[in-house]
Design a protein around this ligand. Sequence first.
Ligand code: ZN
Ligand code: MN
Ligand code: MN
Length: 282
Amino acid sequence: MLLGAHMSIAGGVDRAFDHGERVGCDTIQIFTKSSNQWNAKPLSDEEINQFKLKQEKTGIAPVVAHDSYLINLCSPDEENQKKSINAFQIEMERCRILGIPYLVMHPGSHLGQGEEWGLETIASNLNDLIKKDSAPGGVMILLESTAGQGTNLGYKFEHLKTIMDLIETKDRIGVCVDTAHILAAGYDIRTSEGFENVLSEFDSVIGLDNLKAIHLNDSKKEYESRVDRHEQIGKGFVGLEAFRYLMNRKDFSRIPMLLETPKDKDNTEDIENLKLLRSLIH
Ligand code: ZN
Ligand code: MN
Ligand code: MN
């Protein structure tokens, strides 16, 4: 299986490979810029070269990018929506420059304007963004399944499907499933049979071919809580059986699976979680 974790880029984007290699990642996820700021300094040639060199040296692949939490492509506030579009465009460019194939995004929050309006607004903005970034080698955008807090969209597979159907360039759109989020959203993955059923539902609504990345998180909050709180693997409401099932889906062996669990600055918990996950493979 392709296992890894979200890694910090403090000190430079290339540093994520050092951390990833140290804890034993096959694959990593990064923010290509600070996740809680709108602006970022453009990447220098030096930074880009270092990133590519380190990737080659460590052999860690693929790298998955995650977008900033500030971005909301369906913000009812016109100013904020415009800011989000610009910020997302910059994130797409940074992925292209760094050779990152996937950019995970939370679909957005409609803030009272309604789900249908939200989903259509997101799709329309993504279509414009993809058009502006149409040269070959562009990043594939992965819509992440969410827990459905507040007015967040993406807590039903149907939401993701609605957006995907509206995207004109199908090879630029895919899906990332987060185990903590789907449990909180009301998909019962706690047993092998449950997980199997959820994946069949995913297959019939979205199509398993569109599943391009998985976030491996246990959940501090219970089934159907609609609250997004990550927990160490096996210590939350998802439970080990779900992860054992996932680790043995041989047809997922090329899908990057990434931890986003709480950790200290030395990534100690990543080492433990990766060891545990690998021990579940028979
Ligand atoms: Zn996410
Ligand atoms: Mn996630
Ligand atoms: Mn989350």
